[in-house]
Design a protein around this ligand. Structure first.
Ligand SMILES: Cc1cc2nc3c(=O)[nH]c(=O)nc-3n(C[C@H](O)[C@H](O)[C@H](O)COP(=O)(O)O)c2cc1C
Length: 172
């Protein structure tokens, strides 16, 4: 069987998702890793509140990425995002609005501070709707524990989380 062409795309505010994406890429030998960044970043307390508010209403913001607008020959996309206010980030919504996912199977990995991942199913189902709208398929989702808002977890903690979820991923 042909080895699927894989890529990772991620958004990260405080570095936990970025580090995790790097570790996963290394573990799975994925060379194509695409950061997604916001055109307009908001920082500070006001930024925190507005980011949470926008996430809660599933807003999509303008993003920058070198990921192709048409996923084309990428069979499998591992999409990684922090959880904000019980939802995925506005940057990931922005990415999903502008990316044609025809023929691409997506594995969503969420990173959050709540070790019990409460309410994550609702966030995943919202992402799934966006993926379907872009002609893609949500194959699977997996939740990871990151850090408290604004903090960076130890590398060992993130490595342990990646090692925990990695065998669960449906990568064939
Ligand atoms: C605006 C904002 C809202 C957040 N809301 C949640 C939440 O609802 N549930 C949760 O478990 N973690 C929440 N967090 C924590 C992040 O998901 C967590 O810190 C994650 O590790 C951040 O990933 P990053 O370092 O890649 O940005 C929130 C963080 C921010 C900045």
């Amino acid at each position: 069987m042909k080895t699927p062409n894989r890529a990772i795309a991620y958004f990260s505010r405080s570095g936990n998702t970025r580090s995790s994406a790097g570790m996963l890429a290394e573990m799975l030998s994925i060379a194509a890793v695409y950061p997604i960044t916001e055109v307009r970043e908001r920082r500070g307390i006001r930024g925190f509140i507005m980011n949470g508010f926008d996430a809660m209403r599933s807003k999509a913001v303008d993003i920058k990425t070198t990921f192709p607008e048409t996923a084309g020959d990428i069979d499998q996309l591992i999409l990684m995002t922090p959880v904000w206010a019980g939802h995925v980030t506005p940057a990931i919504n922005g990415f999903l609005e502008k990316t044609d996912l025809s023929g691409t199977r997506v594995i969503l990995i969420t990173v959050q501070s709540d070790p019990e991942f409460k309410g994550i199913k609702k966030a995943v189902s919202q992402v799934e709707k966006r993926i379907i709208k872009q002609n893609g398929v949500l194959r699977q989702s997996a939740a990871m524990h990151g850090s408290a808002p604004g903090k960076k977890a130890d590398r060992d903690h993130l490595a342990a989380e990646i090692a925990r979820i990695c065998p669960l991923l449906e990568l064939e």
